[in-house]
Design a protein around this ligand. Structure first.
Ligand code: GRF
Length: 195
């Protein structure tokens, strides 16, 4: 299974995917890593592993993912032979041009037990809401914000004295287990070419 990763930040989830591939628990290869942020550490990590990288030009828009940029992203993923697209800390909303190029083949990881706490900084939302448990979710991407069908979830406790940082760190440990497992589950159910 050839994977394409889209990320805006540190890329620890991409690292977890690479670690699972190295450990032989995930039968896949990362063909291409794209970021909307040329300075994102995810690109440096990928280059360090000899993985092809690229920058998505969003034309100066801060949060919008323009249609032309989505079409260009789809074309680059397809040119690299990508079969499954994994959003890993990608901060723009994917819409039709990219969804239509990869129907049912785009996954996202979200730091909450969806449908609870969609959107940004879900760990902060969970602390503010005073819940005793939150978690993380891998789901298929649709046109909504964090609304597509759930693939796997893992629960994470909120502990007394938690700060946004300590809670996010605990959720990330769970994310790093969950994402490779969810990719394996999806890959088993998708028709794909053997590499
Ligand atoms: C993760 O917490 C993920 O759930 C959220 O953004 C963060 C990305 O972290 N969508 P990283 O770039 O994978 O380290």
């Amino acid at each position: 299974m050839l994977l394409g990763i889209l990320g805006s930040g540190s890329g620890s989830n991409m690292q977890a995917i690479l670690d699972a591939i190295d450990a032989g628990t995930l039968d896949a290869r990362i063909a291409l890593v794209l970021s909307d942020n040329p300075d994102a550490f995810i690109l440096e990590r990928a280059r360090g592993r000899g993985i092809e990288t690229g920058v998505i030009d969003c034309g100066g828009f801060r949060t919008k993912f323009p249609d032309e940029a989505q079409a260009e992203t789809a074309a680059r993923l397809q040119a690299a032979g990508v079969e499954l697209v994994c959003l890993a800390g990608f901060l723009r909303l994917v819409k039709r041009p990219l969804l239509e190029a990869y129907p049912g083949r785009i996954l996202n990881i979200h730091p909450a037990l969806l449908p609870a706490f969609p959107g940004l900084e879900s760990w902060k939302q969970a602390l503010d809401a005073g819940v005793s448990e939150t978690g993380c979710t891998v789901h298929f991407v649709d046109e909504g914000m964090d609304t597509g069908p759930v693939i796997l979830q893992e629960r994470v406790p909120v502990l007394p004295g938690d700060t946004p940082e300590s809670l996010h760190a605990r959720i990330q440990v769970a994310e790093h287990r969950l994402y490779p497992a969810a990719i394996t589950r999806v890959a088993m159910n998708l028709p794909h070419h053997h590499v």
